[in-house]
Design a protein around this ligand. Structure first.
Ligand code: GLY
Ligand code: MN
Ligand code: MN
Length: 357
């Protein structure tokens, strides 16, 4: 039983806000309500059709339809078991399924699973790579236009508004996450969003944004200086850029994600900024803006090695409370022999000296 919306989309092409999917050894069963039956039917007659898909309308409730479908599929099976996505199903939903399966007399066991579809999604196919490449490519023009518009005296939210308009003009269907425009001391907060602070000369400005194109996300961060940068801004920016480039250079098949993280962390430590780097180096990118694999310090979980087709972000940062911060982020494809950086935006603290006034 697949209930995570992006996993349903990955397996069936159904991108609605509701739906449930049952995968058997021989086919896929998609349960959808009346809002989606017509669009699913039309897609099944198009080049985007999902092979082996049977569509089941929901007569009353999704969970009733799901239990009826599962008991029907399992009818006659010896020791029937059905896996569900343990990280996604609520306690209440599981309890309802458990009770209804018990009442049905089918003796179907519910087996928790984790990351079954997510592991498949971590390695992208050619169509996904083309989509991610195009999503990332469009950030080049958006960034150039944005850098030309930023002025002292604007609020962070005004900058976010300009950016979001440019993202729409570039053809993204939506934003991949809430835009981050963090100026001055706010730049010390890695997941700040955008507030009413007014940009002042000498501010560092962290711009972290991304869009969704045909379902796939891009995710970029640049840190620029509003007005001439201070010595400290140059120093911290230089250190983060060096760390980011070292981590990108480490990306190739077979390398553990924790070693990519360590490449960034070692450089920041050499600049006295070890404590200032308070998050992981990156994450997988795809239908979700944060997906497998994590690029972070080694943990008790099994090591993950990079494989060709993985797309990850590389985004170290340094955050100095009360002063500000720097983060630099690119999207990187793991290729057969190394990597390809999908995002192409200048790293300069002053990308348009004439306009970032
Ligand atoms: N803004 C979220 C991220 O870069 O991961
Ligand atoms: Mn980001
Ligand atoms: Mn990111």
């Amino acid at each position: 039983i697949v209930t995570t919306p992006t996993n349903i989309r990955y397996l069936s092409n159904h991108a609605g806000s509701a739906g449930a999917l049952v995968v058997t050894p021989t086919g896929l069963h998609l349960i959808v309500d009346g809002r989606y039956t017509e669009s699913v039917r039309a897609r099944q007659e198009s080049p985007d059709a999902c092979p082996g898909l049977t569509v089941h309308p929901v007569p009353s409730s999704y969970d009733e339809a799901l239990v009826a479908l599962v008991t029907g599929i399992m009818d006659g099976a010896v020791s029937p078991q059905v896996g569900f996505e343990a990280a996604q199903v609520s306690v209440a939903r599981h309890a309802w399924w458990f009770g209804a399966l018990g009442r049905s007399g089918a003796a179907v066991a519910l087996v928790p699973t984790e990351d079954v579809v997510e592991r498949l999604r971590a390695v992208k196919d050619d169509v996904e790579i083309q989509t991610l490449r195009e999503a990332a490519r469009r950030l080049t023009g958006v960034s150039a236009e944005l850098f030309g518009l930023i002025r002292t005296g604007m609020t962070e939210r005004e900058v976010a508004g300009l950016l979001e308009g440019l993202m729409r003009q570039a053809g993204y269907e939506r934003l991949a996450f809430d835009t981050i425009v963090a100026s001055g001391p706010n730049a010390a907060l890695p997941h700040y969003r955008a507030g009413e602070r007014v940009l002042a000369d000498g501010d560092l400005l962290v711009l972290d944004f991304g869009g969704v194109l045909d379902g796939y996300c891009c995710d970029l961060t640049r840190t620029v200086s509003v007005g001439p940068p201070t010595e400290e801004s140059r120093r911290v920016h230089g250190a983060v850029l060096e760390a980011q480039q070292a981590a990108i250079a480490a990306v190739r098949p077979g390398v553990e994600t924790s070693d990519v993280d360590a490449a960034a962390r070692t450089i920041l430590a050499a600049h006295g900024l070890a404590q200032a780097f308070s998050h992981g180096t990156g994450h997988g990118l795809g239908l979700d803006v944060h997906e497998a694999p994590r690029v972070a310090r080694s943990s008790s979980q099994a090591a993950v090695r990079l494989e060709p087709g993985m797309v990850i972000t590389i985004e170290p940062g340094a955050y100095l409370p009360g002063w500000g911060g720097v983060r630099i982020e690119d999207d990187v494809l793991v290729t057969d022999t190394g990597h390809e950086v999908l995002t192409s935006v200048p790293y300069d603290l002053r990308p348009h000296v004439a306009s970032l006034s």
